[in-house]
Write a protein that binds this ligand. Structure first.
Ligand code: CDP
Ligand code: CDP
Length: 240
């Protein structure tokens, strides 16, 4: 079977993790959350009180960090966990999911040197193919030759509403307006930064899931993937 490299990019709350995880499980591919790597370095910077304006220190922090993404155990998976994240050997899966870490990650993600380190790590992790990687620059920078690229989007209100619901479920008190503002600030920074901004690759398929559930969205992407797998098999067959 010809396994693909699938790149899924899009703004916060567009459903990348939930959808990518499901697509990977259906196709028997490896799922990798590149954003978790930016979050892990951000967590470390906050913990070590490194000023978020100090690009040189943040870059050397990224170079000195060892980040590993691992699949969840079957129990964790049935509880909805997508990737386990280890920072310097210690699990930080839950700690990296706070708003503070998200904002710090998006600041840190503007630094070219930090991106260089993490992109190289992502390319190594996905080198074998048969992988669904999600983030902001997967189809444009990390895997520009990915056989299938998806740009996942939804309206800002719906995306913020999804994130707000997650906070509610965790018992965190925060208003919908605050979450919408946070999502807007982070989207703007991700779209306007000089290095590897969030932009739809020319050859990416735009999937707007404002009015679609996770399963339906994943089904559309799996369908596209199976078509690409067949096309690839036919091309390889002809070349033989
Ligand atoms: O990874 P990303 O920030 O793009 O989004 P996510 O973490 O996968 O999804 C954010 C939240 O929206 C999760 O709680 C999902 O369950 C939910 N979601 C949804 O309700 N409908 C969708 N079509 C996609 C995601
Ligand atoms: O889950 P959500 O979409 O809210 O965020 P994430 O994917 O965990 O990413 C956190 C931050 O890391 C983003 O706001 C981006 O600034 C940065 N990031 C990036 O620059 N490039 C990637 N490939 C993935 C994440």
């Amino acid at each position: 079977m010809n396994k693909l490299t699938i790149a899924i990019d899009g703004p916060a709350g567009s459903g990348k993790s939930s959808v990518a995880r499901r697509v990977a499980a259906t196709l028997g591919y490896l799922y990798l959350d590149s954003g978790a790597m930016y979050r892990a370095v951000a967590r470390k910077a906050l913990r070590d009180s490194i000023p978020l304006e100090n690009d040189a220190r943040l870059e050397s922090l990224a170079r000195q960090s060892h980040i590993e993404l691992k699949p969840p155990t079957p129990e964790q998976e049935s509880a909805g966990l997508k990737n386990r994240v280890f920072l310097d050997g210690k699990e930080v899966t839950d700690e990296i999911r706070t708003s503070d870490v998200a904002q710090a990650a998006s600041r840190l993600a503007t630094i070219a040197g930090v991106r260089e380190v993490l992109v190289a790590e992502q390319q190594r992790a996905g080198a074998g193919g048969g992988v669904v990687m999600e983030g902001r620059d997967i189809g444009t920078v990390v895997f520009p030759h990915a056989e299938l690229k998806i740009f996942l989007d939804a309206s800002p209100e719906v995306r913020a509403g999804r994130r707000w619901k997650e906070h509610q479920e965790k018992g965190e008190v925060v208003s919908r307006e605050e979450v919408l503002e946070e999502v807007r600030v982070r989207d703007q920074r991700d779209r306007e930064r000089k290095v590897s901004p969030l932009v739809r690759a020319e050859d990416a398929v735009l999937v707007d899931n404002t009015a679609m559930g996770i399963e339906e969205t994943a089904r559309v992407i799996v369908m596209l993937a199976r078509e690409r797998e067949k096309e690839l098999a036919a091309t390889v067959g002809r070349a033989k």
